[in-house]
Design a protein around this ligand. Sequence first.
Ligand code: ADP
Length: 286
Amino acid sequence: MKKEMILRLEDVGFSYGDGRQALSHVNLEIFSGERIAVLGPNGAGKSTLFLLMNGVFSPLSGSIYFRDRKITKKSLNELRKGVGIIFQDADSQMIAPSVHSEISFGPMNLALPVAEVEKRVDHAIAFMQLKGFEDRPPHALSGGEKKRVSIADIIAMEPEVFLFDEPAASLDASGTEALEQMLAKLSSQGKTLLISTHDVDFAWRWAQRVIVLHSGTVAGDGTLSSVFSQKALLKEANIQCPMLLLLTEMLERKHLLRENGRVPKIPEELEALLVDYGAGNVCKEC
Ligand code: ADP
């Protein structure tokens, strides 16, 4: 079944007004339900792209379409409602004195009936495992807890597209694991997810598609295998190769893997492909 296009950027350009182009000639089509990793070195334009996609900024040239509707000043609210952004720095997103009022703030601004606001807030609190935190002041929470509140803020807005700007940047291992579980849950509900990250191993196990930004332009866009096989692009954009892909390529060169036409996404998949010498297989190069 062909996926529905939800967001389209057509020849988009943007500058912060200092004479330099932060983004130029960006053409992208985003389809509903996609899991996309946005990669690129610092300053490549990832945050700027997200701020344009969610209507915080408007393009200086080119156009943005949400569900086939061209976004203009008049329709900007549709984009803001349909696309939620979770900033890297959770503090910059939080304004209210308690977790409950913080999460209520967005839905209340949509002028929804009180019962609907409460329903959304309850759902967001349960989804982000924040029960018991309702009366706590957001500024007094740990980094990981703040991040959960900042995600709950956006979940309560019920956008179709979620943009996560380097969500794991300040998280420890258990926070990162919880984040990945939450992303899997959102994805299973059909939400469209774009995540900017420097963690290529995360991108490798999580994403279906990779967009590479470099110097404000889209330097690569495609499946994981197609993008990560472009070694010159990775070098140019200063992006590492995922460890599991490197290992797989190395083991393949040594004929130590059974072929199954798939590249492993997690260590257990790699282990399942390892040639079993005990069962009589012989490495041709050994
Ligand atoms: P990334 O998120 O990939 O690190 P950004 O989108 O933050 O990249 O930045 C893209 C370009 O825009 C960079 O050259 C950066 O210096 C510039 N830039 C970002 N924010 C501002 C700002 N508020 N004012 C001026 N220039 C900015």
